[in-house]
Design a protein around this ligand. Structure first.
Ligand SMILES: Nc1ncnc2c1ncn2[C@@H]1O[C@H](COP(=O)(O)OP(=O)(O)OP(=O)(O)O)[C@@H](O)[C@H]1O
Length: 233
């Protein structure tokens, strides 16, 4: 379980997150919503340790990660699929997948884990020898997700997985995320601008505004009034 308490994050003197508290339990897909520029990516980076908070605490299954480096956090079980995917375009699909093992405490590639990913994303099996940069945006997104899932993270952070991808692949990715949530052993925090995708994939929502979480609830209870108040521009 991820627990964030009273997190404050600044870019130099500019306060982006002033007081964020939230928790995400395994077996749940939670979406983080909010207007452009409100600080959603900043929060994911602070959870991953790419940005240092000025105040507050990040714990995963009771272990305090606040002072730990991003690579330590990856080893502790945080998987991060950043906006823009972060794949290596000149390496093959298979080589990109193998990079996923580097962040494990035991970096020996497991053929069974590789097979599992190829089964979950058949397109990666088909294109395993291609340079990753030649894949479509949606296929690259699947690769980026598979590379992180290889490590069997306890917490999966996803930043705008639908950005720039076709609706058919969007649906496939949505099904994979929902399936991971249902398995019950992974907590998932999804940042998503595309509201329909977020609401059809997640079971719980958080809304960020003014540097903090201003609303949370079950997706089943999300309505147009909430969208107008917190998400309309
Ligand atoms: N490296 C940086 N230096 C200074 N300010 C930054 C930096 N990165 C982001 N910001 C600012 O921090 C604020 C929050 O940005 P962030 O990307 O976290 O928002 P977001 O909610 O994820 O937005 P979007 O939905 O557009 O991705 C924005 O005002 C942004 O301009």
């Amino acid at each position: 379980m991820l627990v964030i308490e009273d997190l404050a994050v600044y870019y130099e003197e500019s306060c982006i997150l002033s007081q964020v508290s939230l928790d995400v339990a395994p077996g749940r897909v939670s979406c983080l919503l909010g207007r452009n520029g409100v600080g959603k990516t900043t929060l994911l980076k602070a959870i991953m340790g790419v940005l240092k908070p000025r105040r507050g605490k990040v714990t995963l299954d009771g272990a305090d990660l606040t002072a730990r480096s991003p690579s330590d956090r990856a080893r502790a079980g945080i998987g991060y699929v950043p906006q823009g995917r972060g794949i290596f375009p000149y390496l093959t699909v298979r080589e990109n997948l193998l990079m996923g093992f580097e962040a494990k405490s035991d970096p020996t590639p497991s053929p069974a884990a590789l097979d599992e990913m190829m089964e979950m994303f058949p397109i990666l099996k088909k294109f395993h020898a291609r340079a990753a940069g030649t894949l479509s945006g949606g296929q690259q997104q699947q690769l980026s997700l598979a590379r992180v899932l290889l490590r069997k993270p306890k917490l999966l952070l996803l930043d705008e997985p639908t950005e720039g991808i076709q609706p058919s692949i969007m649906q496939e990715i949505g099904e994979v995320i929902k399936g991971l949530g249902k398995k019950g052993d992974m907590a998932i925090l999804l940042v998503e601008q595309f509201l329909d995708f977020a609401l059809s994939t997640a079971s719980e929502y958080f809304i960020m505004d003014n540097g903090g979480i201003v609303r949370r609830g079950s997706v089943a209870e999300f309505d147009d009034e909430i969208a107008r108040e917190f998400l309309a521009v």
